[in-house]
Write a protein that binds this ligand. Structure first.
Ligand code: FPP
Length: 236
C-alpha cells in the first residue's frame, strides 16, 4: 500500500474564478467551495488522515470588498454550526489556528462551541486556519518566547527549534506531510511557513469548488509516489 500522509494542508484557491467562469457572483464560488470542504473533510477522515488543515481566511483576505469578507464569515459561522452532527458522526475534532481574537465575535462563539462539542473525537482533526498568516504565527511565537525569557522561564541560550515549535498555534499537530494548492497557482502564500520545511507540495489545476473525493484521492496517490529523504539519504 502506498504511504498515506498523516497531515495534509490545502490552500483552497479558485472559488472566485470558478464563479466568474459561470457568470455567477464570486460569493457563489465560496458557497460551492463550502460544499467541497464538507465532502473533502468527510473523505479525508474515511481515508485515515490524522489531520486536515484548510486555509479558510488569511490575514490578507481583509483587503477584499467588505461584502465578500462579511459573506465569508457568515458562511463560516453557518458551516461551524451545521456541520456539528456530521463531525460527531465521523469522529472529527475541530481545531483552529490564526489570530482568533481578531475574527468577528459571532464566528468566535460558534467556533468555541463546535470545538467544545467535538473535543473528544479522535478519528481526525479538522483544523481551520482563520485570520491566519505564516509570518504572524512566527511573530506570535517569538512574542511568547520573549515573554518567557523576560519572566525567567527560559534562558535565551536554551531557545532551540523545539522551544519555538512549542509556541506555535498548534504545537501537538502531526508533522505536515503534504501541501495541496488548487486552481493552478504555484505559491505558498504565507501558509504554514514553519511547518512546510519538509512537506511535499502538490498543485492541481482544478478550482476548489470542483475539488471533491476523486481529486483528494488523486493527490493522495501522487503523495504515495514521492520519495522523502528529509535531507538525508534514507528512503522512506
Ligand atoms: C480562495 O478563492 C478562497 C478563499 C479566499 C476562501 C476559502 C473559503 C471557502 C472555501 C469557503 C468557506 C470555508 C469553510 C471552511 C466552510 P478565491 O476567492 O481567492 O478565488 P480566485 O483566486 O479565483 O479569485
Amino acid at each position: 500500500m502506498p504511504a498515506l500522509p498523516r497531515h495534509v494542508a490545502i490552500i483552497m484557491d479558485g472559488n472566485g474564478r470558478w464563479a466568474e467562469a459561470r457568470g455567477l457572483p464570486r460569493i457563489k464560488g465560496h458557497r460551492s467551495g463550502a460544499e467541497s470542504v464538507r465532502a473533502v473533510t468527510r473523505h479525508a477522515a474515511r481515508r485515515g488522515l490524522e489531520q486536515l488543515t484548510l486555509f479558510a481566511f488569511s490575514t490578507e483576505n481583509w483587503k477584499r470588498p467588505a461584502r465578500e469578507v462579511t459573506y465569508l464569515w457568515r458562511l463560516l459561522r453557518r458551516y461551524l454550526i451545521e456541520e456539528r452532527g456530521e463531525m460527531m458522526e465521523n469522529g472529527i475534532r475541530l481545531d483552529a489556528i490564526g489570530r482568533i481574537d481578531g475574527i468577528p465575535r459571532y464566528v468566535q462563539d460558534a467556533l468555541a462551541e463546535t470545538k467544545a462539542i467535538t473535543a473528544g473525537n479522535r478519528k481526525m482533526t479538522l483544523c481551520l486556519a482563520l485570520n491566519y498568516g505564516g509570518r504572524v504565527e512566527l511573530v506570535d511565537a517569538a512574542r511568547r518566547l520573549a515573554a518567557d525569557a523576560v519572566a525567567g522561564r527560559i534562558a535565551p541560550d536554551a531557545i532551540d527549534e523545539a522551544a519555538l515549535e512549542a509556541r506555535l498555534y498548534q504545537p501537538a499537530a502531526p508533522p505536515l506531510d503534504l501541501l495541496v494548492r488548487t486552481a493552478g497557482e504555484q505559491r505558498v502564500s504565507n501558509f504554514l511557513l514553519w511547518q512546510l520545511s519538509y512537506a511535499e507540495l502538490c498543485t492541481v489545476d482544478t478550482a476548489w469548488p470542483d475539488f471533491r473525493e476523486d481529486e483528494l484521492d488523486a493527490v493522495l496517490a501522487e503523495y504515495g509516489t514521492r520519495e522523502r529523504r528529509f535531507g538525508g539519504l534514507v528512503r522512506k
